[in-house]
Design a protein around this ligand. Structure first.
Ligand SMILES: *[C@@H]1O[C@H](CO)[C@@H](O)[C@H](O)[C@H]1NC(C)=O
Ligand SMILES: *[C@@H]1O[C@H](CO)[C@@H](O)[C@H](O)[C@H]1NC(C)=O
Ligand SMILES: *[C@@H]1O[C@H](CO)[C@@H](O)[C@H](O)[C@H]1NC(C)=O
Ligand SMILES: *[C@@H]1O[C@H](CO)[C@@H](O)[C@H](O)[C@H]1NC(C)=O
Ligand SMILES: *[C@@H]1O[C@H](CO)[C@@H](O)[C@H](O)[C@H]1NC(C)=O
Ligand SMILES: *[C@@H]1O[C@H](CO)[C@@H](O)[C@H](O)[C@H]1NC(C)=O
Ligand SMILES: *[C@@H]1O[C@H](CO)[C@@H](O)[C@H](O)[C@H]1NC(C)=O
Ligand SMILES: *[C@@H]1O[C@H](CO)[C@@H](O)[C@H](O)[C@H]1NC(C)=O
Ligand SMILES: *[C@@H]1O[C@H](CO)[C@@H](O)[C@H](O)[C@H]1NC(C)=O
Length: 447
């Protein structure tokens, strides 16, 4: 379907007003005709690739624009979290090496193309934040090397004939793993797939960053760190009538798969067993505190069982976060988990289990639905800096996939989400969960 010029003009004004307020325009290029051929209300499927990263990520934004409220991960678990970098040295290690947690499957990305001609950038898909930012070509970096940025692609405003810069609209975001990005807003074309291009998308361009890869935040606009809200990807798709709702479903696929799928404006009935359980999103800030409006994607987790044993008798607020690799849990829950599933290993300075442990599956209870996670899916290889895997008495030892946090809420990261089919609907403020079914079959239902 094509838009008339009148609609383009109208849309352009609306977007510009949204992001600039009284700011003068500093346009660096003209804007081209809309080139959107998707059926109105149709689903948009984006394949996500899974790629290696050397840090265990937690991209939950810190709760304010400029200060870092690091997730407080205590003692030993801090090593597991890998906060601030890839290697963690511990004073009490008996091994003369630094431990690195290897998590080959900790990052879900999708490729998008920005500007005219378009420049390919791979972005991390993150339900734990709301900002869409991409690294500027030639931008300065903090903790990461330029090659990490080059690998995922960069964007040059000067290289795009359709870019419009808003250099006075700056942003600064810091994530839970202390990485972050700074820069300003740009309006330009955004190509999502071969046949869908949105000509006037607003996004953040980072002139400096320490995250290495840009992020596609998928949460509520109210969580954006910019002083004025702009339409992030799921909201933009709806606004452009490409989807009928600000919603998307997540299929991370199995641990050994190299790609998963995200469908905007629909869910796929073939990819879960039984029914999807619809849960209300709780009004919570990303630090777990109460909010008067919808902010972070929390739902109520009613309990966790390990076969017939209750790991916890309590219910918790739980954040659905693709940007976090592991599960973060309050100390009482964490200690019940480590007691059942791990052994404290003074060499590693953390709880470990032999990597071939089958273990009893974990059952996460949400209202009337249970999501079962095989214990083997929680396990993560530990490798030594000399490249070999961590062995004890000839047996390879793994991290047990849960991190102790000082908060009173749970973060359900990728080790959990791989076992769930997740449909997030920001229009009716619900998240629906079902037990995933790994299949290439598909039966898409529009929402
Ligand atoms: C996405 O993945 C599916 C299944 O692997 C494949 O058939 C399809 O061509 C892929 N789409 C794109 C745009 O890469
Ligand atoms: C971010 O900064 C803006 C402008 O200073 C402020 O209005 C907004 O409340 C801040 N957001 C947060 C989450 O602190
Ligand atoms: C992470 O880096 C920041 C900035 O360099 C530093 O202030 C903080 O203490 C570091 N955190 C950890 C856990 O090392
Ligand atoms: C991971 O990314 C690198 C660099 O972009 C690429 O060469 C490699 O093929 C990717 N691996 C997978 C499994 O996608
Ligand atoms: C873009 O071009 C302008 C004008 O030629 C120049 O001032 C600016 O430094 C360029 N920016 C980049 C990132 O190359
Ligand atoms: C989307 O559809 C609505 C309702 O039909 C219409 O008012 C609006 O102009 C459309 N927006 C765009 C960008 O086409
Ligand atoms: C941990 O397990 C014990 C024993 O089953 C139980 O009494 C306690 O309530 C559990 N802790 C939590 C946080 O549920
Ligand atoms: C974990 O280590 C084993 C070697 O025992 C290796 O075969 C496997 O690929 C590793 N898994 C990941 C996710 O790296
Ligand atoms: C790596 O270091 C560990 C611990 O010191 C050692 O046991 C192992 O043999 C080393 N591996 C290689 C390939 O050097």
């Amino acid at each position: 379907m094509k838009f008339s010029n009148k609609i383009i003009f109208f849309l352009f004004l609306a977007l510009v007003e949204r992001i600039t307020g009284a700011m003068p325009l500093k346009a660096t290029g003209g804007h081209k005709k809309l080139n959107k051929r998707a059926a109105v209300g149709g689903p948009v499927t984006v394949n996500m690739s899974v790629n290696t990263t050397s840090t265990i990520k937690n991209t939950l934004p810190s709760s304010s624009n400029t200060t870092t409220t690091e997730l407080q991960v205590k003692g030993v678990s801090k090593a597991i979290a890998g906060i601030n970098g890839t290697t963690v040295s511990k004073d009490n290690l008996n091994l003369d090496v630094q431990l690195v947690i290897e998590n080959d499957y900790s990052l879900y990305s999708a490729e998008f193309c920005f500007g005219t001609p378009c420049q390919k950038v791979s972005l991390q898909i993150d339900t734990g934040s709301s900002d869409l930012w991409i690294p500027a070509t030639g931008s300065a970096t903090g903790g990461t090397t330029n090659s990490a940025i080059q690998e995922h692609g960069t964007y040059s405003v000067n290289g795009s004939s359709t870019a419009i810069e808003f250099q006075d609209d700056t942003f600064s975001i810091t994530y839970g793993d202390s990485s972050g990005a700074n820069g300003y807003l740009v309006v330009d074309a955004l190509q999502i797939s071969d046949d869908i291009t949105i000509d006037l998308a607003t996004f953040e361009v980072a002139t400096s960053n320490s995250a290495g890869q840009g992020v596609c935040g998928m949460g509520y606009l109210s969580e954006e760190v910019t002083s004025k809200e702009y339409l992030n990807l799921p909201a933009l798709l709806k606004k452009n009538n490409i989807t009928s709702s600000n919603s998307y479903s997540l299929y991370l696929n199995s641990e050994d798969a190299t790609s998963g799928q995200i469908i905007f404006g629909a869910y796929d009935e073939a990819k879960y067993e039984g029914d999807l359980q619809k849960l209300p999103i709780l009004k919570k800030n990303s630090d777990g505190s109460e909010s008067s409006t919808y902010k972070a994607l929390f739902v109520k987790l009613d309990g966790i069982m390990a076969e017939n044993t209750e790991l916890t008798t309590k219910s918790y607020d739980a954040l659905i976060d693709t940007g976090t690799t592991l599960v973060y849990a309050p100390s009482d829950l964490y200690s019940n988990y480590t007691e059942k599933y791990g052994t404290y290993d003074s060499n590693a300075g953390s709880y470990t289990a032999p990597c071939d442990t089958v273990g009893t599956p974990l059952s996460f209870q949400f209202a009337d639905t249970t999501i079962k996670v095989p214990f083997s899916d929680m396990l993560y290889n530990i490798s030594l800096t000399n490249g070999s895997y961590y062995m004890k008495n000839g047996v390879q030892q793994c991290s047990i996939g849960m991190v102790e946090s000082s908060g009173d809420y749970v973060i359900l990261g990728d080790v959990f989400l791989r076992s769930a089919y997740t449909f997030i609907n920001l229009d009716d403020n619900t998240i629906s969960l079902g037990q995933v079914k790994y299949t290439s079959e598909s039966s898409v239902v529009l929402v």
